[in-house]
Write a protein that binds this ligand. Structure first.
Ligand SMILES: [Fe+2]
Ligand SMILES: [Fe+2]
Length: 346
């Protein structure tokens, strides 16, 4: 998504780039500088001192030319709340103040735009909110900020509620329709894991625990370069080596957060371990791999197989399940059998 960033302060341009790229393509424009062409499907973001009359007039002139732009976000710092009315008078569609709000708002706009482009009904509020939360968590990690456990809990609860109400299939279809890349993967894994937990009759705290482990399982990918994460096709050995660091990175990011349960940390660190000892990062063998990790690993592999990727056709749930069945020795046979209901349920 294109973000046209208008500011009166040159130092804000690298700052916004550091926060939003490469997820978003930033086109900066300095007030008082030359004209810049603005694409009609861009999101406009204005961060300028609205106490300055000259600035307000410059912004007004730019916006007059831009009748076609729907989303106009104004950044107004908290100590300048009196400028909020000015922002709306200039045509703001939303006023935001903190970096986290910017990330969440852009993620919401992105989902809404995808929904508008497709022929389907609008995305559910659970997808919009949980996707925005994933965007916010990943962005916080990339910027070196701490992860807020309450964000992960909110996203997990939204996904649990959606699956309890509408079922897993509706969730999987909707997520694949509106999202791509790492967020799609996280939303799918959490959905599959929650669906699995429901199907085998987990208590509500256990559903939540597995859901939280799934929500956070790939958070370490926030520190893996995008060119590796988004590569279409096989990773070369050096890229593979970097990619394989993500469980330990995730574990390190989370381990000191107060209140995080050891089961969640175990899931984040060990979701790529196999019963035969050939997984990573610790080469655990069957007796060392907990039930939660076994469930999470099955959910993770299945979700990765059915993901929608631009460079390959989507695999059917039947074929993905067959692949899991062929991983005997690596995954627990009785759990893969129990997973059949989840994998193939209409
Ligand atoms: Fe992973
Ligand atoms: Fe994963």
């Amino acid at each position: 998504m294109l973000v046209h960033f208008i500011t009166d302060e040159p130092t804000k341009i690298p700052a916004i780039r550091a926060m939003l790229e490469p997820q978003y393509h930033i086109v900066p424009q300095l007030l008082g500088g030359g004209d810049t062409q603005i694409s009609s499907n861009a999101v406009l973001m204005v961060d300028a001192d609205l106490r300055e009359r000259v600035r307000v007039e410059q912004i007004r002139l730019i916006l007059q030319e831009l009748g076609c732009i729907h989303e106009k976000l104004f950044v107004v710092q908290n100590h300048l709340r009196s400028m909020v009315a000015q922002a709306y008078a200039l045509g703001a569609t939303a006023v935001i103040s903190r970096p986290k709000e910017i990330i969440v708002k852009l993620a919401q706009i992105e989902v809404a735009q995808r929904a508008a482009q497709s022929d389907f009904a609008i995305a559910s509020p659970e997808i919009i909110d949980s996707a925005a939360t994933f965007a916010s968590m990943f962005s916080a990690v990339r910027r070196g900020k701490p992860i807020e456990l309450s964000d992960a809990e909110n996203a997990t609860s939204q996904i649990i509620n959606s699956i309890a109400q509408n079922g897993l299939s509706a969730w999987l279809d909707d997520v694949r329709r509106y999202h791509e890349g790492t967020f799609q993967h996280c939303l799918l894994v959490t959905g599959v894991a929650v669906g699995f937990a429901f199907d085998i009759g987990f208590s509500s705290p256990d559903v939540k625990r597995l859901g939280m482990a799934a929500t956070l399982h790939d958070i370490g990918k926030a520190h893996i370069p995008r060119c590796i994460l988004d590569k279409g096709g096989q990773l070369d050995p050096s890229e593979e080596e970097i990619m394989r660091r993500h469980p330990v990175i995730g574990y390190e990011l989370l381990k000191d957060i107060s209140g995080i349960s050891p089961e969640i940390l175990d899931g984040v660190r060990h979701h790529h371990e196999y019963l035969d000892g050939l997984g990573y990062p610790d080469g655990l063998t069957a007796p060392q791999i907990s039930d939660l990790v076994r469930l999470l690993t099955i959910s993770d592999i299945f979700a990765a197989l059915i993901e929608l990727r631009p460079y390959r056709p989507t695999m059917s749930r039947q074929n993905a399940y067959q692949i899991l069945c062929g991983m005997d020795g690596k995954l627990e046979r009785s759990l893969v059998k129990a997973f059949r209901n989840v994998a193939l349920a209409a």
